[in-house]
Design a protein. Structure first.
Length: 354
């Protein structure tokens, strides 16, 4: 869909516990965050990515728009991401004869590679590379798949709010768009630590190669601390923020509690790298791990993972493509990690085509 160069589109990040909004403006090559906001969702409004209480969700979105900091929001166009746990991303190798269409080939390939019925899904695709033969072309294609029921439910709710959903993305796309350079070709892993769910994104050769859910979350870590130390959940949250994995704070007690969860995470990272190297062709070596999401703020978490994985690990900078932030918006070092997906979604809104 063609866009006007001055058109603004809201990047709306939807999680089970919170909504986050970002609106960007581009002046030549300089990008400014002109509006931003976040608001909590009441319990059970969204469960595992599915909107269970549409009216409460609607009220939360309307509050988000009306109370946004910075410039007033005067657009009804929205880009959002569907939950990673409900979607699929897959690299397919497709050979197409000169008189064949890509859609026809993918309609045959997708059910053989992803556990879905073709009539129950929407999918989008992007050509990664190609090579021409005498009567055919070999393509490497990145395919994103989402259930129709999920996409349709989101569309209906947005339309009921008089908002226009321009695109639904798979979470890995806006996260990598926000954190990585457009010409990034080397292998990287992004760990997105969410409050209720987390994901691992493996990025190589300029695109997302795979994305998987992880058995770790900010809420899960707080619950673990609460149970092990026999303290209230709210106190566990505070201790997690203050002490993190710093051995000199809280006498290193939280590190002892959380180390098993990080051991499991490191094992999942190693498994993902091994799977990629053994099942994908022409892979690049994974050079770096980036941490984002609220859990990336845990003190010393990058140091612990680096020691376990033996790879460079750093906390990502979600503002790396942002020139400045509107003076009335407070996005600091501790809060910016929570805006990664919303920024990535809004960045897509600056492109000329969707």
């Amino acid at each position: 869909m063609p866009l006007l160069s001055n058109e603004k589109i809201i990047g709306l990040d939807i999680s089970d516990s919170e909504l986050r909004l970002i609106l960007l403006r581009k002046n030549r090559k300089k990008i400014t965050i002109i509006s931003a906001n976040r608001t909590a969702l009441s319990p059970e409004t969204i469960v595992d990515g599915e909107i269970k209480k549409p009216e409460e969700f609607k009220n939360a979105v309307q509050k988000l728009l009306k109370t946004s900091k910075g410039s007033r929001i005067e657009t009804d166009r929205v880009i959002t991401a569907l939950p990673e746990s409900k979607t699929f991303i897959k690299i397919l190798h497709v050979t197409i004869k000169t008189d064949e269409k890509m859609e026809d080939a993918l309609n045959h390939q997708i059910p053989n590679n992803i556990p879905v019925e073709i009539h129950n899904i929407y999918y989008d695709w992007q050509i990664i590379n190609s090579s021409r033969n005498k009567d055919s072309v070999d393509y490497t294609v990145l395919v994103g798949v989402a259930p129709k029921t999920l996409s349709d439910s989101y569309s209906k709710i947005f339309q009921n709010m008089h908002l226009v959903p321009i695109a639904f993305e798979i979470e890995a796309a806006p996260i990598s768009r926000c954190l990585l350079d457009d010409d990034s070709e080397s292998g990287k892993i992004i760990i997105d630590f969410g409050a209720s769910r987390s994901s691992l994104i493996l990025y190589d050769k300029g695109t997302v190669q795979l994305s998987i859910s992880l058995p770790i979350s900010g809420n899960g870590i707080s619950q673990l601390i609460s149970e092990k130390l026999k303290i209230h959940y709210e106190d566990a949250e505070k201790a997690k923020i203050i002490c993190g994995l710093d051995e000199e704070k809280c006498k290193g007690g939280l590190k002892k509690v959380m180390i098993s969860a990080l051991d499991d995470l490191s094992e999942k990272i190693r498994d993902a790298i091994a799977f990629y190297e053994n099942n994908f062709s022409d892979t690049n070596k994974i050079e770096k791990i980036l941490l984002t999401g609220g859990g990336a703020n845990l003190l010393n978490i990058e140091k612990i993972i680096a020691e376990q994985i033996h790879l460079p690990v750093e906390v990502a900078n979600p503002l790396k493509k942002i020139y400045k932030v509107h003076k009335d918006i407070q996005i600091n070092k501790n809060t910016m990690q929570s805006y990664t997906t919303a920024i990535g979604l809004a960045l897509r809104g600056l492109t000329e085509k969707l």
